[in-house]
Design a protein around this ligand. Sequence first.
Ligand SMILES: O=P(O)(O)OC[C@@]1(O)O[C@H](CO)[C@@H](O)[C@@H]1O
Length: 383
Amino acid sequence: MDAPLITIEEPGSFAWRVFHERHPAMIAQLCAAHPFGPDVRDALTALLHETTAGVVKPLEDDALDHDVWSAWTAERIGRPWAESSFLWAESYFFRKLLAATGFFAPGPWRGVDPFAPMKRAELTNAATVETLKALDELAGLSSADRDAAVVRAAVWGNQADLAFQLSAGAGTEGAGPISGSSEEFWSLFGEPGPVHLVADNAAGELSADLVLVDRLLATGRAEQVVLHVKPHPYYVSDATPKDVLEVLHHLSGLPGEAGEVGRRVQDYLREGRIEVRAHPFFCAPLDFAEMPEDLRADFTSAAVTIFKGDLNYRRLVGDRHWPASRPFTDSVSHFPGALATLRVLKSEAVVGLDPDTVAALDAEGEPWRTKGSHALIQTSPGE
Ligand SMILES: O=P(O)(O)OC[C@@]1(O)O[C@H](CO)[C@@H](O)[C@@H]1O
């Protein structure tokens, strides 16, 4: 079954506004945060122009991923950006943005994460400080309440997404999930085995994810955890291997439970019980249904895979205008094993909802799919 792809063509639609409102704001923020010279600023202005009013142009750098991107873009070169799917266009936009800031070229900006100042600020802002302090309360909870709290923090941690906050502002935790529960999440775990977590944002969200990882290992539900992150800076705040180290460095210097978690996770890394991987496909403009064989084999070996966040969800179910009541298990039948998704809704694709829930949400007259005020937990036991 297929539904129409979400594209960036329709003026006023969510995807159109990401290109025409969010991206200009993001580029202004980058130029304020870094003393980029005229060459970089001109390249960023040209990128905005190309992606909002032009045709798709090839990459001009010779970075290591140049050839793979040539294959991913071949069919689209010379065609209007407006015709592109949202998923493809946004991914290529971020790849081109890195090229424009000199990330791949010899020179002073090589390897410099343009989003690092924003991620760093988020790690120490009031909301993150409060969330990390609240971890101290975990010790006084029953085991079941602790399980629920850790999952809730990991789900709502997904609200801390700096690309999203460029247009929506920082959010506050909403009501319970519109689908699923922490019990449903934990029921996926049987005999201890390798658990994979496909991370999303750095800073606050990654901190909450590491608390979940710590819980998985401490309770024996996971015997090893593989943490998948992005190989390059992406979607503003997505976590890279460097971000994992920065977050751990920060956590392990804190007092209380946050510090304990940070130091335990560092020990797990030293022992090889946590492994960090950054497969190039995590920055690909494609659905997970199209993942390469090596990554598929990796996921096949997992007892459970946890997908965090909005973008991973879009790539998992297909970034299309699905009927919201399409069964979640049908959408993820391409995936080789048991999985859970923990996501705050920040874009249009959604499946697996009860029709009454959809009717109630529609009746509120709010853009509930894109507002960042609703969360979901969806699971599939695999074959
Ligand atoms: O994957 P994440 O961090 O949860 O969300 C990514 C996101 O902010 O980017 C897209 C628009 O820029 C939307 O899909 C979504 O709101």
